[in-house]
Each structure stands twice: as C-alpha cells, then as structure tokens.
Design a binder for this molecule. Structure first.
Ligand code: ASP
Length: 439
C-alpha cells in the first residue's frame, strides 16, 4: 500500500473513531459558510462564548502538564548520557522535519509565484485595520532584536509562569529537572509529587475531551463565519501555495520520515493521533492541543519517558507548519514588490523562518507575529509591508488552523520515531486501535 494511501486510511479510521469531533468540525465549517457572522451577530456571540470557554478550559491544564511532564520525562530518562542521546535525537529529527518544510515551501513559492500581481487585490479597509499591528511589530522587532533572544532566558521563572511564557518556563523546568536527577535519591519525593500532578492533569484532559465536539464545532464555526469563503477568491494562489506545501509535508514527508527512520506503520500512528489532529485544526493552538497529543500517544504505546520529554518541547519549539507559512508569506511579499529573489535571500528567509517559527508560541496567530523577524532585511518599506500584510491577514486564521495540524502531527511523528529507535514503543498497543481501552 502506498504511503499516501496509508495516510488517507489513517485519517478515515481516525474519523471513524472520533466521529463526534469530526461531525462538530464539519457542522462548524457548514454553519460558518452559510451563516456568516455579520448577518447573525447574536448567534455568533453565543458561539464565541463556547469557543473561548473550550480554549480556556484546555489551557487550564497546559502549564501543570508541561511542568510535570518535563520533570518526570527528564528524571525518568535518568543518566546524562541517555538524556544527551534523547535530546540530540530530538533536535536531529525536529531539524530534519523543519529543514524539509522550509525547502518545500521555498520551492513551491518560487514555482507558483503567489505574489505576482497581488498588489491589485489589496482591500483599503483591511489596510487600516492592520496598520497599527504591523507598524508595532516592525518597530518592536527593529528595536528589540537582541531582546527577542534575551526574553527566552527565564530570569524570573515565577513571572514567566504567571504570564504563560512557554519557552522560558520550559528552559527553567528542564534545567531544574536535570538538577533533580543529579541530586539523586533526595529528589524522589518531589518527582513523585510531579508524577501525581501529571496523572491528575491527564485525567482532567480526559474529562475536557467530553466537551470536544461542541468546542470544536463552535471554534470552527466562528473561524469560518468570520473570514467567510469569499476571501479565497482574492488570495487563492497564496492559499493554494500554503495548502500544497502543508499537504506535501503531511502526506509525503511525515510518512517518509517514519519509513526511513523507524518501523512505525504510518497509518497506525496517524490514526492514533487523529483526535489531536482534529483538535489542533479547531483550536489553532499546539499548546492547547498538547494534553491531548500526550494522551493519544501514550494510550497507543509511546512510552511516558519519550512522550513527556519530546512532546512538550516539540509543542513549543517544533513548528514546521508555521515555518512553511512564514517562508511562503515572505516570498509572496518579495514577489508582490518585485524584490529580486537571489539564492542568498531565499536561504536567509528559510534560515530566519526556522528561528522565527521555533520562537513562536503554540497559540493562534503567533506565527504571524514572529514573522517580523523574517521580514528583517528583505528591503521593504513599512508602507509596503502594511499593504502586504493586509492580504496575508485575510486568510490568517485559515492557514493557522492548517499549519497547527502540521505542528502537532510532526511532534507525534518525532516522538514515535524516537520511541521506536529507543525501544520505547509498545507495538501491541500501537497496532490495536482498541489499545486505549486496555492501557
Ligand atoms: N497557531 C500555531 C500553533 O499553535 C502557531 C502559529 O503558527 O501561529 O502551533
């Protein structure tokens, strides 16, 4: 069976197993298409309330989950040799996935040329709306380039925690967890405490998932109802370029990675995480999906040691879908303004997109903020950027939902590969879709 067929079968099996979420997703798209928010503001107030409530409720478990997962993940891995091995494998696979992503994105943007003649499509109303945002983003980025990197140092872990800043939190917790393992037996009570926190947050995640169908319905309906489908007419080539690049990443790159680096059956893994994939699409947030990604992977045999180390780090650092959007968006702007795309400039854009995407938070819209980093040095004036952004904005939510699917799926792919390589994968559970009942 061809690899892409395996992916399709996985998705169909996933839909069958999570029919209620899929129906929520489908109904949301239909309601959003046929009943736009402008015409039904009151109904959309209710939908917004449900959608926001669902996101907030999942967000509630993310911080305790990330902290406890990393602490038990690192302390379970134990000795520093093993940790270095896991860590370097994780960086290697995340690196390969992101490098492939930016190469595909650049290739597609160069061939399809989505930005050619795009200037004529700009809607003046949208320009007014995004003017402030873009001007601020560019200004901030120009003045604070060094600060962007300094911000990831957790100088006050409590403030970072309170503000939900994931990267500094993860850095602090990882250092703390390594120190705990070095401290030896004395740290056991604290690790046990975090094991209990982890078990409890997983339980809460299971309960939250009872709300997944209405939550995903409301999220999709509000997203589609707000942007409407008419916008695609204007910017269809840009939408097509992003969709194509993300589809290649999902249908070709992930299966190939699994096949080359492990013996994990493609369709088993994607079927196992299909619930997380649907929630990623609905929420457009890797962080909010993280509890579910961990649940899906653990229930289907990827060891807790791997899940709790690789997935939280991946949900924050591994953003291949975001990198794809950033490369295509920036090349789109260069084409729109006739900036010559030298090989060096393309390389620069791709390299900066790798950095910018990994500093993006796993929340909706984060990738369009850190894109300011990639825009540095392509030689456009702020006015030109405002104009370009006004086009990108029109379908931002749509591309966000799609790119988050890749961000989440690639975390699971890397976790599965590492688990396979390190004998941390229970194949019996993976190949048994009823596995979760036994787990
Ligand atoms: N929404 C994306 C995520 O959570 C990040 C982004 O590209 O905006 O993974």
């Amino acid at each position: 069976m061809g690899l892409h067929m395996q992916v399709i079968i996985a998705l169909l099996l996933g839909i069958k197993r999570n029919g209620h979420i899929f129906i929520g997703l489908l109904l949301g798209i239909l309601i959003g298409c046929f009943f736009p928010s402008e015409q039904y503001p009151k109904a959309y107030n209710v939908l917004n309330f449900v959608a926001q409530g669902f996101i907030d409720i999942i967000q509630m478990v993310v911080l305790p989950l990330v902290i406890s997962a990393i602490i038990i993940g690192i302390s379970n891995i134990g000795d520093s040799k093993q940790l270095t091995k896991f860590g370097s494998k994780m960086l290697l696979y995340y690196g390969i996935i992101t490098l492939t992503a930016v190469s595909i994105a650049a290739g597609i943007a160069i061939v399809l040329q989505p930005g050619l003649n795009a200037k004529a499509l700009v809607n003046p109303d949208v320009i007014n709306n995004v003017q402030g945002f873009v001007a601020d983003a560019i200004q901030y980025q120009k003045e604070n380039l060094a600060q962007i990197f300094m911000d990831i140092i957790p100088k006050n872990p409590v403030t970072a925690l309170a503000e939900g800043k994931m990267i500094p939190v993860i850095i602090f917790v990882s250092i703390f967890a390594i120190a705990l393992t070095k401290a030896g037996e004395i740290s056991r009570p604290l690790v046990s405490f975090f094991e209990s926190v982890f078990a409890a947050t997983m339980k809460v995640t299971d309960w939250i998932m009872y709300l997944a169908a209405p939550g995903i319905f409301a999220l999709t309906a509000t997203a589609v109802g707000n942007f409407g489908l008419a916008i695609f007419g204007n910017i269809s080539k840009y939408a097509l370029a992003i969709t194509l690049a993300l589809a290649i990443q999902f249908f070709v790159v992930y299966p190939l990675m699994l096949k080359i680096f492990s013996k994990v059956p493609v369709f088993r893994l994607l079927e196992a995480v299909s619930e997380a994939i649907m929630v990623a699409f609905g929420t457009a947030s890797s962080s909010a999906t993280l509890p579910l990604t961990i649940t899906c992977c653990e229930k289907r045999g990827i060891s807790n040691r791997v899940c709790s180390f690789v997935l939280p780090l991946g949900a924050t650092l591994n953003m291949d879908g975001t990198a794809i959007m950033q490369v295509i968006a920036v090349i789109f702007l260069t084409q729109m303004y006739g900036v010559t795309l030298t090989p060096l400039l393309i390389f620069e854009i791709a390299a900066l997109a790798i950095i910018a995407s990994s500093t993006s938070a796993g929340i909706p819209g984060a990738g369009l903020i850190t894109i300011a980093l990639v825009l540095n040095g392509i030689g456009l004036t702020p006015e030109q950027l405002v104009l370009g952004f006004s086009l990108l904005f029109t379908i931002e939510r749509f591309t966000d939902m799609m790119r988050t699917v890749c961000n989440v799926a690639s975390d699971a792919v890397v976790a599965a590969i590492i688990a396979d390589n390190e004998n941390e994968l229970n194949y019996e559970l993976l190949t048994n879709s009823e596995g979760e009942a036994k787990a």
